[in-house]
Design a protein around this ligand. Structure first.
Ligand code: KG4
Ligand code: ZN
Length: 333
């Protein structure tokens, strides 16, 4: 009998479910919440309510698309944390009820491990060790990965995440949330015309709060003299901000390869969908002779496929959790 896992992800604003059979993704369904567009960020209470509305139809679609039935399931996997507590609780409680009613084990998954493990959803898979630059709306980390369930953070942001830098820039430019994909789109039409600071924070850590302040003052000063500045220069502003964020990320990733001697790199998380970052990894890999791994778009953003893949390897090593498990908003790495 194959190992069939139903995986549930509800850590932030996407309700997702997937079915994984012997480590292969049979279905990967995501329901994207649009309720936050107007607010410039995720509203936790709204996110939790939306998860409650969507979780049953999303799980239903994942099961139907996979072609298996509930009685074929070997285990239920879910995101335990980190994330928004009210969002996580919906997924955890749903997973618990289903696992109890089917009398099957549960596997708790760390959301950031899962972003890294997304690289094991499809061929070619990275070989160990490799460095993963995980860049999302809540995290920015350089992770040294030595086995499927062995990874260590070498550096991370001390304030805002890279995705947050995109989203907060978008808010200042009057773009809807999440602004990352829109900035990416406009950046393709512009040039790196404006200079913004690159943070000098130590070792392999990152900081994006200085950039945010610099953009705020830059827009304030320029719109004072020209009220239509943002409209006229939108593409160039987007290209300049995007380039600055990519440069900040790449400087530290290059430093990490030099410090560890590891020449195999990967990117993960929502920001790894960014076309500029994807191109830069490609070109840097060519220059520096790196092996590189860029995930398919469906595995960049939050999804349950990555939760199920992580759970598959935990299943193989017998790592289950009790049915009394609770969500952990600040789950340690
Ligand atoms: O991994 P993810 O879906 O959720 C979190 O765990 O946070 O990442 C969402 C983040 C948002 O900040 C969004 O603006 C950013 O990923 N993002 C992008 C792009 N697509 C999504 N940022 C830059 N360029 C993109 N193409
Ligand atoms: Zn994420």
């Amino acid at each position: 009998m194959p190992i069939n896992i139903l995986a549930i992800e509800s850590s932030c604003d996407d309700t997702a479910a997937a079915v994984i059979s012997d480590g292969k993704v049979l279905s990967n369904i995501v329901s994207v919440q649009t309720a936050h567009e107007l607010y410039g960020g995720v509203i936790p209470e709204l996110a939790s309510r939306e998860h409650q509305l969507h979780i049953v139809p999303v799980v239903d679609s994942a099961i139907k698309e996979s072609g298996i039935t509930l009685s074929d399931l070997s285990a239920i996997a879910f995101t335990r944390g980190p994330g928004l507590l009210g969002s996580l609780i919906v997924g955890v409680n749903f997973a618990k009820s289903l696992a109890l009613s089917l009398d099957i084990p549960m596997i708790d998954v760390h959301h950031m491990h899962a972003h890294v493990m997304a690289h094991f959803a499809e061929d070619p898979m990275p070989s160990f060790p490799f460095l993963c630059l995980t860049v999302s709306g809540g995290h920015t980390q350089i992770i040294k990965v030595t086995a499927h369930n062995e990874m260590e953070i070498l550096g991370q942001t001390i304030d805002d995440a890279a995705g947050e830098a995109f989203d907060k820039t978008g808010k200042m430019l009057g773009l809807p949330y999440p602004a990352g994909p829109l900035i990416d789109k406009y950046a393709k039409l512009g040039e790196h015309k404006f200079e913004f600071p690159i943070s000098k924070v130590g070792k392999l850590d990152f900081s994006f709060s200085g950039l945010k302040t610099a953009i705020l003052y830059f827009l304030r000063d320029n719109t004072k003299t020209n009220p239509t500045f943002i409209k006229e220069e939108l593409n160039h502003i987007c290209a300049s901000v995007q380039e600055t964020i990519i440069e900040t990320l790449m400087l530290k990733l290059i430093k990490a390869t030099e410090m560890t001697g590891i020449q195999s790199v990967a990117i993960a998380g929502g920001v790894s969908a960014n076309s500029g970052l994807r191109n830069r990894i490609e070109s840097e890999a060519k220059i520096r002779n790196w092996k590189h791994h860029i995930p398919a778009f469906q595995y960049c953003r939050d999804n349950a496929g990555m939760i199920g893949i992580t759970a598959h390897y935990k299943y193989l090593s017998g790592e289950f959790c009790g049915h009394d498990v609770t969500a952990e908003a600040r789950l340690g790495f």
